[in-house]
Each structure stands twice: as C-alpha cells, then as structure tokens.
Design a protein around this ligand. Structure first.
Ligand SMILES: NCC(=O)N[C@@H](Cc1c[nH]cn1)C(=O)O
Ligand SMILES: [Zn+2]
Ligand SMILES: [Zn+2]
Length: 478
C-alpha cells in the first residue's frame, strides 16, 4: 500500500514549519552527560511530551529513578511511553528515539552557536547539535503524525513510542523498563516489530537500512599520588607523576594503525571470509567518503573493504580524553595530582562487555605494574552494551526497502553501523521481534562532532520515508 500522495505533498508544503519545530527542539540543550544541563533534558522531555499529546498520542512519563554521575546524585530524565491506535486488525510498531544530545560549545570549533539551528540556504544544511542525532529523526515521526492528525486520518498501523533522555550516557534505567514492559500485559506487549531512526547513511548519496550495531565498553582509568597539584620546578624528577604514568598506560592500548594491543580482544573475532568481504566490496562507498566526512585524508587504508570492515565488523579502541589534566591556554608548569584517562572499545559479535572487561582490567594492571610507580591506579567501567545483529530478510526490512525505493527511487544500502545503541538488543531479546534501523541523515552529518547538521532534503524526504514505511508495513504479509 503506497503512502497517499496527499501525505507526500503535505510534507513538502509544511517543510518550513517542520524546520521551525526542529529549531525549537535544538534550542533546548538537553545534554545528558553534563549534570548542569539535567534540567534541560527534563525540559526536552516536557516539550516532546506536549508535542506528542497535541498530535493525538496518549503518553505517560516514566520515572527512571536516580543515578550518580561524576560523584553527583541526579534524577534520571523520564522515559516517554506513548501509544496511538489500538486496532487489533493492524500491526503494531514500536518506535524508539532519544531526545538527549552530546555536549557542544562554540569554543569546540563550531562555526555557529550549537543550540541555535542555522539554516544555510545555499547548501540546504540545518546545522545544530541534535539536528541529526537524534532530534531530526524524532521530529520526522512527529511530521508523519501531524499529517494524520490534521486530516483526521487513521494511521495505517498502531504505534507505540519509547523515547529516552539518557542514550548518550549509557541509557541508564531503560533496559529494566524495556524488559518489564515487554512482559505479558506490559506496555510493549503485542508489538510486531521495532523501528529505530538513529544512525546515518554510509555515504552522502545512498539511503541505507542497518542490520547491525557495535556494542560498547567504556572505561575510566585514574592515576593518583601527590596530595595536591605540584610545581614541576620543585617536584619534577623528584616524585612519580600521575600524568606520566597515565600516558604510558594509555600508549599500550592501541597502535596507530588501529590494532587493539590488549591480548585476546582482537583475537575473539573470527576473520571475514571471501563471501563476507564481497558484501563490503559491493557497497556504494569510496575512501573519499570517509575522508570527506572526517575532514582530512587520514583513512587507515586505501582499501575500501578494509576500511569498511574496520567500521562495521571489527572492534575499535578510541582514547577520548583526560580529566584533571591541564588543558587551558598558556604554559602552566603544573604536575596534576590526579588524572583520569577515558577510552572505550566498540565491540562486535561474539564480544560482550562481560568477556572483554576482565582482559582490559588485567592489561591495565600489568601495564601499570611494569612502570614500577608508587602512584595508585584505579579502573572503572562507566557503561557497556552488547553488539546487535538482525535478520535483514525479515518483512520489517522488506517494508523499509519498498518505502526507500518509493521515496528515493533507489534501493538502500544494507549496512552494519559502527556506533552503538545498546537498547536495540534489549528490544530484540525481550520482545523477540525484528528490529530495523532506518537512518534519516547522511554519513557526513558530523554527529557528536562540531557543526553537526542534517540536510533539509534528508529531513523532508526522510519524513516521507518514515511515513511511507508505515504504509508498506501495513501492506506487507507477516
Ligand atoms: N546515535 C547513536 C549514538 O550516538 N550512540 C552513542 C551511544 C553512547 C554510548 N556512550 C556514549 N554514547 C554512541 O557513541 O554510539
Ligand atoms: Zn543517537
Ligand atoms: Zn549519539
């Protein structure tokens, strides 16, 4: 069943209003990883809840309790559960998204204010934190709802929504909610399939459907010693320095070629056979795609298959930052008393945080022991999630393929994503249904980075895609 042509033209004729709604959403700095912005994540939940109810969705805000972040006890933002339609004759799709965002400051190198949506009329880019990850896609669903609500038309399927405000900080509290509500009589009972729009096309040209995500294990390794910060002129070459120890340890984790140097981690993953390599070779992708998205010619290899495998089917270790280090302008001659290095490993099947964590901890302890330092080492696991893979031959994917062909006139790439959305696997396992990732944005959107953007055409055609997918879902046989 194709989407009504009135729906497609409604999306086109309301594009400016939809972009204004995106600007309103971007203006709320709902940064889940920064305690000082927790009130904004709550404000974002209220804003989204009010949009949903105005569009006919029955909602409830679910209190997820409290947690400790950076030593501070904080209330977790609520999850928003919503339902529209309860027709036993129709399929029921669960739609997940997150309304929190990564941190962003103009001083990080943004060309414009990150929380003021900048509309570049020449390029068609909508620039602002959360435009692509994940406020644009969430608003895509609202655009679909608005057409049906204003025209008093029933949706082709029943929809159950699950929106959270902690995805960028480990989805705290959500797994328990999903498991509980997936049981008989729970809010998600009766769901036939799941759709998540929270990732990106592989390139800037070809729409994609995604059937795999990497998992994640995130670590904080702290070295402390001196009772306070010290003067390097007085204490240099006199005491064990925490920063020196930390840099030494961090340098043992990963090679400049991306190989993980922690014994047993890379080795857990079976090598790709020729048949699997042919899948990557067939994807519409060039080394220039990754280099343009990265903003420099820095790909680890000139071989497209090797680069794609590095992103999709191999683990990676990235060092993210050092807390407590001197990082301001100028030349302060300090020996920091306590420093914490933060790094994470993206995991692929059959790796899990439970299997990888002991290897990492043993490696860190051994590396520290070799230094012969009198400082103290401690290791924390900040959060983790397992990798996920789905059956892309399922009718849920077939419906999305048809919708993509109808809206974009081309077949989608079938991709595995390098990022992580840990709740994906929880949905798949606790509901026992197929989960589809249906991205809206392009591979060069710069999610988590400076100047994050969503192209106007991806927002508008992407809204059509989400609506068309619902119609194809209604038509397809299970
Ligand atoms: N769009 C999904 C996404 O960006 N997920 C994050 C999840 C995460 C985990 N810890 C911090 N963020 C990702 O980095 O993949
Ligand atoms: Zn996201
Ligand atoms: Zn993200």
């Amino acid at each position: 069943m194709p989407a009504p042509t009135q729906f497609l033209s409604y999306i086109d004729s309301h594009a400016d209003a939809f972009i204004q709604r995106l600007a309103d959403a971007v203006a709320i700095p709902s940064i889940s990883g920064d305690a000082s912005h927790r009130k904004d994540v709550f404000a974002m939940a209220d804003w989204l809840n009010s949009q949903l109810t105005q569009l006919g969705v029955t909602t409830q805000l679910v209190d997820l309790g409290r947690h400790t972040m950076d030593g501070e006890d904080l209330p977790l933002p609520p999850a928003i559960l919503g339902r529209i339609g309860n027709d036993k004759e129709k399929k029921t799709v669960l739609i997940y998204g997150h309304f929190d965002v990564q941190p962003a400051n103009k001083s990080d190198g943004w060309d414009t204010e990150p929380f003021k949506l900048m509309i570049n009329k020449e390029t068609g880019q909508l620039i602002g934190r959360g435009s692509s990850d994940d406020k644009g896609p969430i608003l895509g669903w609202l655009n679909v709802l608005q057409y049906h609500h204003e025209n008093k038309l029933p949706l082709p399927v029943n929809i159950v929504f699950c929106f959270e405000g902690m995805e960028e900080s480990g989805s705290e509290g959500l797994d328990e909610l999903v498991v509980r509500e997936s049981k008989k009589g729970g809010f998600f009972d009766g769901v036939d399939c799941v759709c998540i729009s929270d990732n990106y096309w592989l390139n800037t040209r070809t729409p994609a459907l995604t059937y795999g995500l990497r998992g994640l294990s995130y670590y904080k390794v702290t070295v402390s010693g001196p009772g306070r910060d010290l003067h390097s002129g007085v204490f240099g070459r006199t005491v064990h320095e925490p920063m020196t120890d930390l840099i030494n340890i961090l340098s043992t984790l990963v090679s400049s070629q991306g190989d993980i140097l922690i014994k047993g981690v890379d080795e857990m993953v079976p090598r790709a056979d020729e048949e699997e390599k042919a899948i990557y070779a067939g994807l519409n992708y060039n080394i220039s795609d990754i280099e343009e998205a990265a903003g420099a010619s820095i790909a680890l290899s000139d071989d497209k298959v090797s680069v794609l495998m590095g992103r999709m089917r191999e683990p990676s270790l990235s060092i993210h930052g050092i807390e407590g280090a001197f990082s301001a302008a100028g030349a302060k001659t300090v020996i920091p008393a306590k420093v914490s290095g933060k790094f994470s490993i993206r995991l692929v099947p059959p790796q899990t945080p439970d299997a990888v964590d002991p290897l990492v901890i043993e490696h860190l302890n051994n590396a520290f022991a070799k230094l012969g330092s009198k400082n103290i080492l401690s290791v924390e696991n900040l959060h983790g999630g397992k990798p996920w893979m789905a059956d892309h031959r399922h009718w849920n994917f077939e419906a999305a393929k048809k919708a993509t062909k109808a809206v974009y006139g081309q077949d989608p790439d079938l991709t595995r994503e390098g990022g992580s959305i840990p709740v994906t696997l929880t949905f798949a396992e606790s509901l026992g249904v197929n989960v589809l990732l249906l991205p809206m944005g392009r591979g060069d959107d710069g999610a988590h980075s400076t100047n994050e953007k969503l192209d106007r055409s991806n927002f508008i055609e992407g809204s059509k895609l989400l609506g068309t997918y619902l119609y194809e879902l209604a038509a397809i046989s299970k």
